[in-house]
Design a protein around this ligand. Structure first.
Ligand SMILES: *Cc1c(COP(=O)(O)O)cnc(C)c1O
Length: 411
């Protein structure tokens, strides 16, 4: 009989969002009159429409495909040169960060890239992951066989968890045991925290000293308001020797449904073979992508390119301003009622300590039942998230104002 991948059986059933869905449904069923009032601040999905620059570019690209002269079939597996160049210029070279066009790999999402990247790494790497965390990093390591079974508290043996809490400003300490692959995400989902240049410098020097690789998820870089906070890991000297960066158009350009992202793999980046030789990773990722992937549709790549022209940049700025003003209101409302608030200054997530004697799910239920607002319980992102909840700033002005009023009325 065909054998399945046993690692999948170690995964705990995607617990967080199904459980949220179940509780919201059960509340709506028993309170039909309140169910229309429910405001969702749970899932990290954008709410504002696609920027005009992207829509226009997409439409003309579709028309090009409709005529013999300008029709295009398969594009380059790594992404079209026009987009890779726009990215390398717009996100890196104009900020004096050296990244070549052919170090950019266009994809249909950072979720897949952060998971797929494990294809080019061996099985005996020691994996370091922050807690709380975006669940993709953990689950893809489980699927790849890099962990043991799940423990009762939801952690997996074989992963080195790095707790993030107010004491370390949600940036983990350097581990006290050697690790090979280090997942860092700043600005952070779920905590909304950012890492300073000094903090990232520590990580880069650790990685260089130990031959580790930092997998740096910068999906929320566009939300950074403070010019002192690095937007890219490559702002740190030496990071090209030890870091892969993931970026996405999902959150800045509202592309969550359109799908376009990219990964930067510097040519200097090396890892070790079983026999101890050092080899570059760039050719492996290139081989991986060209074997298993055919890039993103032409209209989508044109749409992403348009986000780098003046009109596109302006429209992105307007989106960010909108979401960040929501975040500020949410921060304000939470601190007005005496809750400790984190994040939300350079990220679209506000991370809030639950009132005394209420745990994460208790707060979820209270918000749902009394305020008809759906938040995300911090414990759903990992053990260290217990005692916190996340409010997403991805919403309309009007909804955020209501959420703030309702928060104040229940606490
Ligand atoms: C939203 C998000 C992404 C982007 O995912 P896409 O697949 O590009 O939509 C990446 N990392 C984190 C932590 C996110 O929250």
């Amino acid at each position: 009989m065909a054998k399945l991948n046993n690692n999948y059986l170690k995964l705990k059933a995607g617990y967080l969002f199904p459980e949220i869905g179940r509780r919201v449904k059960s509340f709506s069923d028993s309170n039909p009159e309140d169910s229309e009032k429910i405001i969702r601040c749970g899932i990290g999905d954008v709410t504002e429409p696609l920027p005009l620059a992207a829509r226009d570019a997409m439409k003309s690209a579709v028309d090009e495909l409709g005529s013999h002269d300008t029709f295009r079939g398969y594009g380059p597996e790594q992404g079209y040169e026009f987009l890779r160049c726009a990215i390398a210029n717009g996100d890196y070279r104009t900020n004096n960060i050296s990244v070549d066009d052919d170090e950019i790999f266009v994809s249909d999402g950072s979720k897949c890239d952060t998971g797929n990247i494990l294809d080019i790494f061996g099985n005996n790497n020691r994996i370091a992951i922050t807690d709380p965390v975006y669940p993709v990093y953990v689950d893809t390591n489980v699927m790849a066989g890099n962990t043991g079974e799940a423990n009762d508290d939801g952690t997996y043996s074989g992963i080195h968890y790095m707790p993030c809490n107010p004491l370390n400003s949600f940036v983990p300490e350097i581990p006290d045991e050697p690790v090979d692959l280090i997942y860092l995400c700043y600005p952070n989902n779920p905590t909304g925290a950012t890492a300073t240049k000094e903090q990232l410098e520590h990580w880069v020097s650790y990685a260089k000293e130990h031959g580790s690789i930092i997998l740096y998820d910068a999906a929320y870089q566009a939300f950074i308001q403070d010019p002192e906070i690095p937007k890219s890991i490559y702002e740190i000297d030496g990071a090209r020797d030890c870091a892969i960066e993931f970026r996405s158009f999902s959150k800045n350009g509202g592309f969550t449904g359109v799908r376009c992202a990219f990964t930067v793999v510097p040519k200097e980046l090396m890892a070790e073979t079983d026999s101890g030789d050092r080899k570059p990773l760039h050719p492996l990722w290139s081989r991986r992508q060209s074997t298993k992937f055919n890039s993103v549709s032409y209209p989508v790549q044109r749409a992403a390119e348009a986000l780098y022209n003046d009109e596109g940049k302006n429209q992105i700025n307007n989106l960010i301003t909108h979401y960040m003003s929501n975040a500020e209101k949410l921060r304000g409302a939470c601190s007005d009622i005496g809750l400790s608030v984190y994040g939300g200054k350079n990220a679209p997530y506000v991370w809030v300590a639950c009132p005394e004697n209420i745990d994460s799910w208790g707060m979820f239920d209270k918000m749902l039942n009394e305020a008809n607002v759906v938040i995300t319980p911090g414990s759903g992102f990992g053990k260290a998230g217990e005692g916190f909840f996340r409010i997403s700033a991805f919403n309309s002005d009007e909804n955020v104002t209501k959420v703030c009023d309702r928060l104040k009325s229940i606490l």
